[in-house]
Design a protein around this ligand. Structure first.
Ligand code: NDP
Length: 281
């Protein structure tokens, strides 16, 4: 297991080398897809703030941190997305990192839960709420607090907003794709559908704010350059990771799931999509 690190002491500041490592926040990084994101990003020299419910139970993540290309490029932070207090406390710790000059380029909201089965005709109030708190409300409020925290530090020369906010959603939440034979996924699908709709609103609200800021910036500039450029725009994405062999997918189903892939392939392909999306602002 890697040596325990103190988060705010370990994350290196951006350096002026030819390779510009990006910094990522990954919410839900202890296992599965979130762990694999951390592994691939740290292996290529990026910086990762890996956020987990319980750092003491994240043995695989500590190991991944220890194998990072750049020693100290990964730090672990605590946050249970179903607890508002945890989200606010994480935002406060994030302020400390920003104050030290850390710039966040990408945020991945990956935490999720699937308690199978979760049928609309059977699910308890508590289990339905658990899906909604973990898969919808938690990720949205987390993203909101991270954005607010970064915005409170922003100025053209200090901390720009993150370039990309990426929600790991699911095709189960698609409004157009309803697979009638996939019994037992009602609450999970509903939680991802609600996530999709909410993040569309988030994207639209961010775009409107950016347009208003650009308009304000142009008014203030007489014959000079507009400081807030189009390529500062923040891109909000929802990704379906594929059918991925993780703990979440380890359930006995009455039907054959086709095309199951391993987490490394899922993350490799998602990183390609993330890089292309929003690349032109
Ligand atoms: P896993 O069950 O392997 O991992 C889930 C991750 O979410 C764990 O790190 C877990 O942490 C974390 N998590 C759960 N609840 C909370 C919480 N309250 N606060 C913070 N973190 C939490 O699932 P996957 O890796 O497969 O799933 C990752 C994402 O991908 C999810 O959003 C899922 O819905 C989505 N997805 C997955 C698919 C698949 O086929 N696997 C298909 C479509 C979408 P802990 O270790 O503490 O429990």
């Amino acid at each position: 297991m890697a040596q325990s690190t103190t988060p705010s002491d370990s994350l290196p500041l951006p350096s002026a080398t030819t390779h510009a490592p990006q910094t990522w926040i990954i919410i839900g990084a202890s296992r599965g897809i979130g762990l694999e994101f951390s592994r691939q990003l740290l292996a290529r020299g990026d910086q990762v703030i890996a956020v987990v419910r319980d750092p003491m139970k994240a043995a695989q993540l500590w190991q991944v941190l220890g194998e990072a290309k750049t020693p100290g490029a990964g730090v672990i932070e605590q946050c249970d997305v179903t607890k508002e207090g945890d989200i606010l406390a994480f935002a406060t710790r994030l302020k400390t990192l920003l104050a030290k000059g850390v710039r966040i380029e990408n945020v991945i909201l990956n935490a999720g839960v699937l308690k199978y089965p979760n049928r609309a005709t059977e699910i308890s109030y508590a289990d339905f709420a658990h899906h909604l708190y973990t898969n919808t409300i938690g990720p949205i409020i987390c993203a909101q607090e991270i954005l607010k925290t970064i915005a409170s530090f922003s100025s053209p020369s200090v901390t720009p907003p993150p370039k990309k906010i990426i929600f790991i959603s699911s095709d189960s939440g698609s409004a157009t794709l309803f697979r009638d034979h996939e019994d037992g996924f009602g609450a999970y699908a509903a939680s991802k559908a609600a996530l999709n709709q909410m993040l569309r609103h988030m994207a639209a609200e961010i775009r409107r704010k950016e347009e208003a800021e650009r308009a304000k910036g142009k008014e203030g500039v007489v014959g000079g350059a507009d400081t807030k450029q189009d390529n500062d725009a923040c891109c909000v994405l929802a990704l379906h990771p594929g059918e991925v062999a993780t703990d979440m997918a380890d359930v006995e189903l009455d039907w054959e799931v086709e095309g199951i892939i391993q987490p490394d392939e899922s993350v490799r392909e998602m990183l390609k999509v993330i890089e292309v999306q929003g690349a032109t602002g």
